[in-house]
Design a binder for this molecule. Structure first.
Ligand code: PLP
Length: 395
């Protein structure tokens, strides 16, 4: 089946009511046929649902769809993207292990690597997408995992998946790719040798800013360990959120096409705006990794990152002048969202760390929504103009 069909036709078994659309299974636990059946379920001699922290028809359906869309062997769903990111480390690594990670990461992933895992003796080294030689040099005896984000949030750095896939195989490392910005519609890291693909489902997978969720899909043996960890520690996705996310997947492909078309149009238009220092979008020829982006991504994604002239003060005025788009710290929504990463999502990074990952005081992340693109462009343009006029009158 093609992706559009998989996202719609991967369905759990119908109940006795023969429903067409899968209902919501709001139940904490599931009834055993008898004492022996209970024993068999717990010993995994037979399959079936036991307790919604372990599995539930709604979470199963969501996982099955994500597994199919990413061409993975198995998966597990989490209460948030960060629970998924954390479980990928905590379930598979132990004290003394080392992670090689791309420097440009979502703020909370950076905090896990730099603040939380070191407390348990798990170390990390950051490497840069544009310095491939550094990667192999920083692989040690105790390196167990490569963790990357491509495109990255919000720097839109691209990592060569084919190259990093080969590197991880050569050194027998687990390659774990956060595919949140691309979604399975735009790229499938497993095709390039990734062992695990991690998603914040809160973003494009929900796509309508309603629920928080996450998922990891990948190799069966690794998911088995992740499932064991999650069943015991309990960061599982709720049935309600799984039901929402599974329905959302039915429209993911068509939504991504429109997000990407709108983002490309906005990025093109902003390139000529004299109030912007730099416009970053993977499918713009001015993107430093344009050729690589074109090679491994089917579409350019829904995020446009700009650096406005005039630093933080100008960025603040620009954001405060926005009329149509939303000012919030989410992305991947039907509504266009304007975010200032340096003071919000990535505020915990030091100034040096921010600069190293391309987050400047004037950087603004635009998650381009599904509104009429002409109206989004007008809004951004009027805010750029208004924020300039104010700066001149204030002088
Ligand atoms: N990974 C990336 C790339 C993200 O952008 C985010 C959130 O913005 C996350 C992970 C975390 O996801 P969640 O907010 O669902 O925990």
């Amino acid at each position: 089946m093609k992706k559009e069909t998989k996202a719609i036709r991967t369905q759990v078994k119908r109940s006795e009511h023969n429903e067409h659309s899968v209902p919501l299974y709001l139940t904490s636990s599931f009834v055993f046929d008898n004492a022996e059946h209970g024993r068999q379920l717990f010993s995994e001699e037979v399959g079936g649902n036991i307790y919604s922290r372990f599995s539930n028809p709604n979470t199963t359906e969501f996982i099955d769809k994500m597994t199919a869309l990413e061409n993975a062997e198995d998966g597990y769903a989490f209460a948030s993207g960060m629970a998924a990111v954390f479980a990928g480390f905590a379930a598979l690594l132990k004290s003394g292990d080392h992670i090689l990670a791309s420097r440009s990461l979502f703020g909370s992933s950076h905090q896990i690597l730099t603040q939380i895992l070191p407390k348990w003796g798990i170390s990390y080294t950051y490497v840069d997408a544009d310095k491939p030689k550094d990667w192999e040099k920083n692989i040690n005896q105790n390196t167990k995992m490569i963790f990357i984000e491509t495109p990255s949030n919000p720097g839109l750095e691209i990592i060569d998946l084919a190259w990093v896939g080969k590197l991880s195989k050569k050194h027998k490392l687990i390659l774990n790719v956060d595919n949140c910005f691309a979604t399975p519609i735009i790229q499938n890291p497993i095709e390039y040798g990734a062992d695990l693909v991690t998603h914040s489902a809160t973003k494009y997978i929900d796509g309508q800013g309603r629920v928080i969720g996450g998922v990891i899909v990948g190799r069966k043996d690794l998911i088995k360990e992740i499932r064991f960890f999650a069943r015991q520690t309990g960061p599982s996705l709720s049935p309600f959120n799984a039901w929402v996310l599974s329905k959302s997947l039915e429209t993911l492909s068509i939504r991504m096409e429109k997000h990407c078309a709108n983002a490309f149009q906005l990025a093109n238009k902003l390139q000529n705006n004299s109030e912007i220092e730099f416009v970053k979008y993977p499918f713009l020829k001015t993107h430093p990794q344009y050729k690589l982006a074109k090679k491994q991504m089917k579409l350019g994604g829904g995020i446009v990152t700009i650096v406005v002239k005039g630093g933080y003060e100008r960025a603040k005025r620009f954001i405060d002048s926005i009329e149509l788009a939303s000012l919030t710290a989410n992305l991947g929504d039907t509504r266009t969202i304007v975010t200032h990463p340096a003071s919000t999502t990535h505020s915990k990074l030091s100034d040096e760390e921010k600069e190293n990952v391309g987050i400047f005081p004037g950087t603004v992340r635009i998650s381009v929504g599904l509104e009429n693109i002409e109206e989004i462009i007008l809004d951004i343009e009027q805010a750029l103009k208004k924020s300039k006029v104010k700066s001149q009158s204030q002088k």
